[in-house]
Design a protein around this ligand. Structure first.
Ligand code: GRF
Length: 202
């Protein structure tokens, strides 16, 4: 059966552990054979992102678009759009997956990739959009925390929820210990959410 190729471009800013989980799931769960899906490349807005070396080690194309080199968000996003097209052979990829990508994207960028953009956020949205989610959950006295995979819209950390995972907040938790517990779940739900998108009719 001839599968239509589905190209995925992943954006990271740091360690890229979610990117690694996606790449490994693509290999282990045979996304190419089952859905025609391929990871076209990995981009970062930070030249020192540790995930870049790992992706190169997997033979994946990588690119850096350093946000510090641009005078405005709009200028950076325009360069990012060009880089995403370039790493995908000059065309728009089917999916742009934000994996620990720590830049707020402009409405223009979101509109350009409308319906193709997904993100993972380390809280149980709609609670705690934005930064420092684990500290805020602990300070609020939450008994549970988690992560959310969602479609990206122009409104930060909004958009349709695709997957969520819940973890307990333990009495002696610090933001770091809670983040580690949540991250383990992120590595399970993000590949699951992306695979479901790949399996769904276009
Ligand atoms: C993750 O918790 C992710 O949800 C958040 O950044 C953290 C680091 O992600 N956006 P990664 O290890 O770089 O994928």
């Amino acid at each position: 059966m001839n599968l239509v190729v589905k190209n995925i471009v992943i954006l990271i800013s740091g360690t890229g552990s979610n990117m690694q989980a996606l790449v490994q799931a693509a290999q282990q769960r045979q996304w190419a054979q089952r859905y025609g899906a391929r990871i076209a490349g990995v981009l970062s807005n930070r030249p020192d992102a540790a995930g870049l070396a790992w992706a190169q080690g997997q033979g994946l194309p990588t690119k850096v678009v350093d946000h510090k080199a641009y005078p405005s968000r709009e200028a950076f996003d325009a360069a990012l759009v060009d880089a995403i097209h370039a790493i995908n052979g000059g065309t728009v990829p089917d999916w742009v997956v934000l994996a620990g990508f720590m830049r707020i994207l402009t409405a223009g960028f979101v509109a350009h990739f409308e319906g193709r953009l997904v993100n993972i956020h380390p809280s149980l949205l709609p609670a705690f959009p934005g930064l420092h989610t684990h500290r805020r959950a602990i300070e609020a006295g939450c008994k549970f925390a988690g992560a959310t995979v969602h479609r990206v819209t122009a409104e930060l950390d909004h958009g349709e929820f695709l997957e969520q995972a819940v973890v307990p907040v333990l009495p002696d938790d610090t933001p770091e210990t809670l983040a580690a517990r949540v991250l383990t779940q992120e590595h399970l739900i993000y590949p699951r959410a992306v695979e479901r998108l790949l399996a769904s009719p276009a």
